[in-house]
Design a protein around this ligand. Structure first.
Ligand code: SAM
Length: 218
């Protein structure tokens, strides 16, 4: 019933969402402000970023090495850095990278921001935390904006990520997914690469279940 309703409301919601995000918008969390343009994943209406922010809020991150793989606006990275973590924020979207560098200066929070296709440009540095809020709809992305939403027709993003991840895995490698996506298929792709998913948080927001999984070696 809820899924059916969502399907009908989706085109209307998308129309307003696209219109709203056309302009550069500000997003503020705990006194940290980022400016987000149309090409970058907007945390305003999406649920996943906020769930991750709330999840890391009570953690003591002082002096931990923290990677946000696919950082988008970078609000999670800036927040983690404000809590004392040594943060690396990476993304394949150059606009996101530029805007996060600006936000780092404006908020006077330092972190390492770099362009990288998954782990390609990340050194052999080991992390205590790796946070991933992935694109998960199966369609080929056509531009920067779509890279935040679409993982390739055949889940190429996940194929590539899970092939690389065993060499980089952190004690806390967390991925957020929603019931809206093909979780079982994504789990299967992980299993193929010797990785398992452990559920560490389930949260329903507006009747949509969201999950944070810890990814480990099988
Ligand atoms: C759903 S958004 C999440 C953004 C941010 N982590 C958050 O929670 O607000 C996914 C992000 O992954 C990035 N991305 C997609 N494919 C990538 C790749 N191959 N390598 C690095 N980043 C990628 C997108 O550009 C986008 O910023």
């Amino acid at each position: 019933m809820v899924k059916k309703l969502k399907k009908h409301l989706f085109p209307i919601a998308k129309f307003f969402f696209d219109k709203y995000t056309l302009k550069k918008r500000k997003y503020t969390y705990e006194g940290i402000t980022v400016k987000i343009s149309a090409e970058v994943f907007p945390p305003h209406f999406t649920i996943s970023t906020k769930i991750l922010l709330e999840y890391i809020k009570p953690l003591n991150l002082t002096d931990t090495n923290f990677l946000e793989l696919g950082c988008g606006s970078g609000i999670i990275s800036l927040f983690a850095a404000s809590k004392g973590a040594n943060v690396t924020a990476s993304d394949i979207n150059q606009i996101a990278i530029k805007e996060l560098k600006d936000a780092s200066v404006k908020n006077e929070i330092s972190l390492n921001v770099l362009y990288s296709d998954l782990f390609e440009n990340l050194s052999d540095q080991q992390f205590d935390y790796i946070i991933i809020n992935p694109p998960y709809y199966p369609k080929a992305p056509q531009n920067d904006k779509e890279l935040a939403w679409f993982c390739g027709e055949n889940f190429e993003y996940f194929e590539k990520l899970f092939a690389q991840l065993p060499n980089h895995l952190a004690p806390n490698t967390w991925m957020i997914l929603s019931e809206d996506c093909e979780i079982d298929h994504i789990k299967q792709l992980a299993t193929k690469n010797g990785l398992s998913f452990e559920l560490i948080l389930e949260k329903s927001v507006v009747k949509e279940k969201n999950y944070i999984f810890r990814i480990q070696k099988l």
